[in-house]
Ligand binder design. Structure first.
Ligand code: GDP
Ligand code: MG
Length: 173
């Protein structure tokens, strides 16, 4: 029997410029603005309705780090994580892999992670090999999808909703 939780915290991690803010704002407003302020972690509150039950969402759009570093512990204090890389930036995928490793080492093993490739509209200049993504996805048990925050919100919304349902389910166990 699964128990629904009243609130969920989701942290959005990844390197600078991959589109974390674009994805977060797309999810919350369905809009793509183009330029987003950086330098501050921004916490957004929203509600997701599961059946008849409203779930309070606390989404943290983490400010970018230029390179991976052992950052504050509370970045890894969440019920679920979106880890973003850009399909055009191999370095951003390395950062994403390290973020996933950090999450797996600091949170319960069933914590849901959505490994999210962004900028799919720039597929023609992809530098992140699909085999590498598959390897990380399978090694760390992540969900995975690729999206374009610039062009289409649907996959973002679907991916985050699936993550929320996973988080609700794993908290209920
Ligand atoms: P963050 O540093 O990870 O929060 O990245 P931002 O959300 O600020 O986005 C960085 C830049 O990438 C901005 O100029 C966005 O307009 C651009 N961007 C974000 N998503 C996409 C996308 O899906 N496609 C393209 N072509 N550009 C994007
Ligand atoms: Mg940002």
């Amino acid at each position: 029997m699964k128990t629904l939780c009243a609130s969920l915290r989701i942290n959005v991690l990844g390197s600078k410029g991959v589109g974390k803010s674009a994805i977060t704002v797309r999810y919350l407003t369905r809009r793509f603005i183009g330029e987003y302020s950086s330098g501050l972690d921004i916490s957004y509150q929203s509600t997701f309705t599961h059946g008849d039950t409203p779930i309070k969402l606390d989404l943290l759009d983490v400010s970018s780090q230029d390179e991976y570093q052992a950052v504050c512990h509370d970045l890894y204090d969440a019920d679920a994580f979106v880890v973003v890389y850009s399909v055009t930036d191999k370095g951003s995928f390395k950062v994403a892999q390290k973020e996933v490793e950090m999450i797996r080492s600091r949170t319960p093993s069933e914590t849901p992670i959505l490994l999210l490739g962004n900028k799919l509209d720039l597929e023609h200049v992809r530098t992140v090999p699909r085999e590498e993504i598959l390897r990380v996805k399978e090694a760390y048990g992540c969900a995975h999808t690729e999206v374009s925050a610039a062009e289409c919100p649907v996959m973002i919304v679907n991916g985050i909703h699936a993550l929320i349902l996973d988080a609700v389910s794993s908290l209920g166990h």
